[in-house]
Design a protein around this ligand. Structure first.
Ligand SMILES: Nc1nc2c(ncn2[C@@H]2O[C@H](COP(=O)(O)OP(=O)(O)OP(=O)(O)O)[C@@H](O)[C@H]2O)c(=O)[nH]1
Ligand SMILES: [Mg+2]
Length: 415
């Protein structure tokens, strides 16, 4: 199997870990490694949501966080623009990510001369301007100001589901291909919006058409992908690992973010005081951090039992038939123990582990160059083996996740 180790190691992080090791040995080094793994957590990301009343802002703020209006911290719908100041809605599990519901232009203290100051324009990483069917002069005014300040702005049209169902109603009468009808209706919706944007002399070449009732539909996945890709470094990592949207582009970025930290887990699996002999392996290893990481892969890729069950239910099918139809490469029921161990036992692991170790040794030095890890002080062949096993699992699980997405799309007859 061929792998591209796109992000083998962050050199600064590696230097920190190596320096620590050289000074203090392995004592408490697992804490340092866990810190390096999780350093994207708690980096604040602020997303601004603008637009007129009734355009679906609150609905979006809920659905992208996986929250219902009636949940604690859910945004109430149809409030008729009572927002009198920017209101933050944190992600329920990841509080560093906040979506801000901004007051409408010209409401109360949010007149044109005070708008940018009163929304605290420099707080946000980017701005989403919401419209229903079309955008208004106020939207264009806001966009112009923001683009003038070099801010990132996305135009989002909600209610694409209504556009499509309206067009499909016609289709049954005239017996034309429903797929073509859908594409045509969405293209017309987009073109109309882009024409308005262009005539307001705003430079943008894309409008995201979404429905706030399903993050898998229309351009929602594309929007999510952009919201990740337009951030850099730690924020990028945080967004990639926080947004729970199953779409090709999002899964691929999740994979890259997870791949970046494989070296850390590989070190953890060999350095901790918990390494032990396992029957059939020639080196000592601590499987616990590896198992935990693999479970995280499953959650991130929507392949854990709860996610699969939810997906099956949304398609009105059973978990078994969903798994069969998606032809998964990974046997998830065994991954927690024996299955993972078998990954280590395959012959190819031994073939590549030494090679991986030697390519990492200029950066990680003594941390991995030790012998059989008899003292538990260096990770030895364990590093290369875990590194390989995790990369292979990432590869397989990414494939499974992409297949699942394709199957769901097919079942939803998405265009
Ligand atoms: N069919 C459909 N209905 C939507 C969509 N988005 C929002 N709605 C409905 O539109 C209405 C207004 O949605 P909200 O999310 O409250 O809109 P808002 O922009 O927050 O409105 P204000 O808070 O009043 O400014 C609600 O009844 C939503 O259920 C969508 O994409 N499709
Ligand atoms: Mg609202």
């Amino acid at each position: 199997m061929n792998f591209t180790f796109e992000f083998p190691v962050d050199e600064d992080d590696a230097k920190d870990v190596k320096n620590y090791y050289e000074e203090k040995g392995t004592k408490r080094i697992d804490g340092i490694l866990a810190k390096k793994r999780d350093q994207w957590v708690n980096i604040p990301i602020h997303v601004a949501i603008c637009g007129n009343s009734g355009t679906g802002k609150s609905s979006f703020i809920n659905v992208i966080r996986g929250v219902k209006p009636e949940d604690r911290n859910g945004a109430v719908l149809n409030t008729g623009q009572t927002t009198i100041e920017p209101i933050p809605y944190p992600h329920p599990a990841k509080h560093y990510l906040k979506f801000w519901d901004l007051p409408q232009l010209n409401s109360r203290a949010f007149t044109k001369d005070l708008y940018l100051k009163n929304i605290n324009v420099n707080r946000y990483d980017y701005f989403l301007i919401f419209g229903k069917e079309e955008f208004t002069e106020d939207d264009f005014w806001i966009a112009e100001q923001l683009l003038g300040l070099n801010k990132i702005v996305y135009f989002v049209l909600t209610h694409a589901d209504i556009t499509v169902s309206g067009a499909l109603e016609h289709a049954t009468k005239s017996k034309r291909d429903p797929r073509q009808i859908q594409i045509k209706a969405l293209t017309a919706m987009r073109d109309r919006a882009l024409k308005g944007i262009k005539s307001a002399k705003i430079k943008t070449n894309y409008v995201y058409l979404i429905t706030t009732s399903d993050v898998r539909k229309f351009d929602f996945p594309k929007l999510a992908e952009r919201m990740i890709a337009d951030l850099t470094e730690r924020k990028w990592e945080a967004m990639a690992l926080t947004l729970n949207i199953h779409a090709h582009g999002v899964i691929q970025q999740k994979r890259r973010a997870l791949q970046k930290r494989v070296w850390i887990i590989a070190l953890l699996s060999g350095l901790a005081d918990h390494v032990s002999h396992i029957y059939g392996l020639s080196f000592r290893v601590d499987l616990e951090p590896v198992i935990a990481e693999v479970q995280e892969y499953r959650r991130q890729f929507g392949l854990d039992d709860a996610s699969i069950w939810k997906t099956a239910r949304s398609l009105d099918t059973t978990v078994e038939s969903l798994k069969r139809a998606s032809a998964f490469k990974t046997n998830y029921s065994q991954l927690a123990d024996g299955g993972l161990l078998n990954q280590y036992k395959t012959l190819s692991v031994y073939d590549v582990a030494t090679g991986i170790n030697s390519s990492f040794s200029p950066i990680l030095g003594g941390l991995i160059s030790g012998g059989g890890n008899a003292s538990g002080k260096t990770s030895g062949p364990c590093f290369g083996s875990t590194y390989y096993v995790l990369n292979r699992l990432l590869d397989m699980m990414e494939t499974d996740a992409l297949r699942l997405i394709d199957y769901v799309k097919y079942m939803m007859s998405e265009v």
